[in-house]
Design a protein around this ligand. Structure first.
Ligand SMILES: C[S@@+](CC[C@H](N)C(=O)[O-])C[C@H]1O[C@@H](n2cnc3c(N)ncnc32)[C@H](O)[C@@H]1O
Length: 415
């Protein structure tokens, strides 16, 4: 089934904060499952937007509700960081990336500043681009795309023809990305097609739309760190299964380092990360009718060396019960209500940010069937961007001429 979703122009213009008349040109299509989509129209700036998958509010809310019920009835209470990114969450995340203590953004920006040209000339000009054919630059969980601008500028300066396809579940993040790209590039220089939806679902949509185009898939900002190591391996394998031979993956990962440095990044002195975590309780109160009292929860972030991850928790300061608004369920209109008991000092696990070593990443990519081509580091060797490709014969194996930029692979010393 394929259909277009009519979204009120008022709603759309408020989300995208642009005048109604320019929004009118954006055709927002919802593509249920994987039928080939209808075309999206240009909004006048060259940026297009498509909503992929089932994004209607009722289904999304139901999924969120089920997730919260499962997470808070579990003996070890836990919520998924995917739900951090409502409008306020995306705004707060953008604020976090401006913090000096949150070294991840600055470190990766430095890598792109130093090596974007090398990445483009050595890796992002596959056969199609050399033949002057258009390639896809796909970005998973693009956020506001601030660092990506450096890559796009390098592609433009090397006259690579490309379509930039940012993917994000957050409409707010996409709105910010559209605004920042529009500001940073002259009109009609960038061909942008934003996709709202989940990573792999959006990828399937892209690969169906452009079956013969070559792809560079960027998964940067250490977003893969939010998966457990097992989930990350699984995700990379699923991603590789969708990609074509010679498609390129750019993977940004945070590296293990002094725990105090990491601790500060996830527990900043201005309290923005604390607000970011507490915002999920606010979101649940607003969208699911829970009655969380924010004063009864403290944000705590600790490094867990056993799994090599920073973990964030909200710790309950006094025993109490949280209830969730009742909803009608079943055809007879029966109602269900939920109560979640909290003991004093009980915690909700909010987020994991896994830290890696270059060897662990190479191994993970190798196992998932990629050939690692290059690893790029910032000066402090705190962050790493790895370029790998899907091999021609679908056989994995490290490339014999792996190049290591800026330092050795031996990061174990500075954990
Ligand atoms: C940690 S931020 C990284 C943003 C950006 N890549 C950067 O480097 O600053 C993660 C982004 O991924 C989006 N995101 C999280 N889970 C997602 C999913 N399953 N599918 C699509 N986007 C997702 C969030 O909305 C958020 O904008």
């Amino acid at each position: 089934m394929q259909f277009s979703l009519k979204i009120s122009l008022n709603y759309f213009s408020s989300v995208f904060q642009c005048p109604r008349r320019s929004v009118g040109a954006i055709l927002c299509s919802v593509h249920s499952k994987m039928k080939v989509p209808s075309s999206s129209t240009d909004d006048g700036t060259g940026f297009r937007l498509t909503v992929v998958g089932e994004q209607d509010d009722t289904t999304e809310k139901l999924k969120f509700r089920e997730h919260v019920i499962a997470g808070l009835t579990n003996p070890t209470k836990a919520l998924s960081s995917v739900y951090f990114y409502d409008d306020r969450g995306s705004e707060l995340y953008a604020k976090i990336t401006d913090l000096e203590e949150y070294y991840l953004t600055e470190s990766e920006r430095e890598i792109f500043e130093s090596y974007a040209n090398d990445m483009v000339t050595t890796h992002f000009c596959p056969r199609n681009a050399k033949r002057n054919e258009i390639i896809n630059i796909v970005e998973l969980g693009a956020g506001d795309g601030r660092k990506t601008r450096l890559l796009l500028k390098a592609l433009i300066s090397h006259r690579v023809k490309f379509e930039y396809i940012p993917i994000d579940i957050s409409r707010k993040a996409m709105a910010n990305l559209f605004r920042s790209m529009d500001k940073a590039f002259p009109k009609n220089v960038l061909n942008v097609h934003g996709l709202i939806g989940n990573y792999l679902e959006c990828l399937r949509y892209i690969f169906l739309q452009h079956p013969s185009r070559e792809n560079v898939v960027a998964f940067i900002g250490s977003s893969i760190g939010n998966f457990s190591s097992q989930q990350a391996s699984h995700f990379l394998q699923k991603l590789r299964a969708q990609m074509k031979p010679r498609d390129v993956l750019l993977l940004g990962t945070d590296l293990r380092k002094d725990a105090r440095v990491m601790q500060k990044a996830y527990s900043d002195s201005a309290g923005v990360t604390r607000e970011f975590n507490l915002n999920l309780l606010i979101r649940m109160n607003k969208e699911l009718g829970t009655n969380f009292d924010l004063k009864k929860f403290e944000h705590v972030a600790v490094y867990n060396p056993e799994i090599g991850a920073m973990e964030s928790f909200l710790v309950c300061t006094e025993a109490h019960c949280i209830s969730m608004a009742t909803t009608e369920s079943g055809s007879k209109g029966s109602t269900t209500s939920h109560h979640f008991m909290f003991k004093q000092f009980e915690r909700i696990h909010m987020e994991c940010s896994h830290k890696y070593t270059p060897d662990l990443i190479s191994e993970m990519l190798h196992t998932a069937g990629y050939q690692v081509r290059d690893q790029y580091f910032d000066n402090r060797q705190w962050f790493m961007d790895t370029v790998s490709v899907v091999p021609d014969n679908q056989q994995s194996g490290a490339h014999p001429e792996n190049a290591i930029h800026n330092g050795s692979l031996d990061m174990e010393n500075i954990q």
